[in-house]
Design a protein around this ligand. Structure first.
Ligand code: 5AD
Length: 453
């Protein structure tokens, strides 16, 4: 009765939350299984950012509810953003759900499962569904543990929760609540422990990491709390690489730009969502910057780190987006020379300001614009990858590649995936790899034997 399968939808934050739920459940005597068929309990950790993400999880839950009707002891739960967004309304749609737990309640999941199971075993009243969605002070501090003894070469570290921005398209302020930061010392302690277990790279997670600690932690030496955190982590011995996702262009100030020049472990990679290249669309999105300011920021970053790899998020088909607006996005896309991008078709989210506007860009136009940007991305990504052929890159070896006997996978500091013939003892090591082949998504190469003089 205690085998749990957790399925995660959406962003890295959700993946990290699921890791935490898995650790908490293991500590409570549950086991985590890799397939739903082996599980007595299935938890869906969900995403609400677009309708498609919600529909996927609802479809899955509907499917699992059929199993529940055959086996009343099977437990089905929905966690995270869609739980928070839709709340008890989910039960109208899915009356067989046992548990609906919001984004501030991940740490309560073991208690809820214990209670559900105890009452199913006849030790209490027949369970009704548990719905737990309240705000909880300090819940940001509960996403802090990793599976003990298990090595993660690259690990996610959640540094904050919530979002205070008011982008008109976005449901996240509703699903994640207002910004709340974890203390710097706690984050540093978590990273030190990870490193003691073999972690070499951390990716700091938050909805808007550039706002980290703005209310809790004072500036020091003209440096924002986020840059103070980066400095502390840069000093952690044994840690080799630091990444983060995502900053907001507005909060990306000069101290953070300069950090790319000063902190040796901060990788030459940034994911900096622009959303649109049209100033009038940016305004309608309530993104408080212009395309000009965004390009200035990119150029400042390139002045400090000429080889920096830049990734972004773009929404096509926001209400009122004209052909000219879209053309401005294409122009910016080329000028910024993005190496990576996530391109989304606008999806109205009920309760957001933009949902009051008419969703007036036809689906076919959204599809076309999406395709145009995807093609541009392919060209730019391939061009960048081709430029790395013949160079020697520092690779952090993460593990065996999915395909190919004796092939291993790692990433460059710029986050490009590299496949090369290697061995198990290289896992977790930084190795030089000479790149000899490239495609849109992957580089291939050979270990560079470093001669000893
Ligand atoms: N429709 C489409 N894409 C969206 N995103 C956020 N909200 C929406 C929406 N309503 C995209 C943004 C954001 C990314 C995580 O998801 O580009 O940066």
């Amino acid at each position: 009765m205690n085998r749990v399968y957790i399925k995660t939808y959406g962003c890295q934050m959700n993946e990290r939350d699921s890791e935490q739920v898995a650790v908490d459940l293991r500590n409570r005597g549950y086991s985590i299984v890799p397939h739903e068929d082996e599980a007595d309990i299935v938890l869906l950790n969900t995403c609400s950012v677009r309708d498609q993400a919600e529909q996927k999880a609802i479809g899955k839950a509907g499917h699992l509810a059929v199993r529940k009707r055959k086996d009343p002891n099977f437990v089905l739960g929905i966690l995270g953003c869609m739980a928070q967004n839709r709340g008890s309304e989910l039960l109208d749609r899915l009356p067989d759900l046992d548990l609906v737990a919001g984004t501030q309640k991940f740490h309560r999941v073991p208690d809820h499962l214990d209670n559900l199971i105890a009452s199913m075993n006849g030790q209490g009243p027949r369970p009704s569904s548990i719905i737990d969605l309240e705000e909880e002070a300090g819940s940001q501090n509960t996403i802090n543990a990793h599976k003990p003894g298990e090595r993660q070469v690259s690990a996610f570290v959640s540094i904050m929760q919530g979002c205070n921005m008011k982008c008109t398209f976005c449901i996240v302020p509703k699903t994640r609540g207002p910004e709340r930061a974890r203390p710097i010392d706690d984050i540093v302690a978590e990273v030190e422990e990870l490193v003691a277990n073999g972690t070499r790279e951390v990716t700091l997670l938050g909805q808007i990491v550039s706002s980290y600690g703005r209310r809790e932690i004072p500036f020091a030496d003209k440096k924002s709390p986020f840059v103070q955190l980066l400095e502390r982590l840069n000093a952690v011995e044994g840690l080799e690489r630091i990444r983060f996702t995502s900053p907001h262009p507005r909060g990306f100030k000069d101290d953070l730009v300069q950090a790319y020049g000063e902190l040796s472990k901060l990788c030459e990679y940034v994911h900096l969502p622009v959303q649109s290249g049209s100033d009038s669309i940016l305004k309608a999105m309530n993104r408080p910057y212009t395309s000009g300011r965004y390009m200035e920021l990119i150029n400042d970053l390139r002045a400090v780190q000429p080889d920096i790899h830049i990734s972004t998020d773009i929404i096509v088909g926001f209400p009122g987006e004209s052909e000219e607006d879209f053309q401005l996005t294409c122009d910016l896309f080329k000028e910024a020379a993005f190496d990576m991008a996530f391109i989304f078709k606008y999806s109205p989210r009920s309760g957001t300001p933009a949902a009051e506007l008419e969703d007036n860009v036809p689906q076919s136009v959204k599809d076309d614009r999406n395709q145009v940007l995807l093609r541009l991305l392919e060209q730019q990504s391939l061009r960048r990858n081709n430029s790395l052929v013949g160079t020697v890159q520092e690779i952090l070896v993460e593990g065996p590649a999915r395909k190919g006997e004796g092939m291993y996978m790692g990433r460059t500091r710029g986050f490009r995936k590299v496949i090369f013939p290697g061995s198990e003892r290289l896992v977790g090591e930084l190795v030089p790899v000479r790149i000899d082949e490239s495609s849109v998504t992957t580089l291939k190469g050979q270990l560079e034997i470093v001669g000893v003089a």
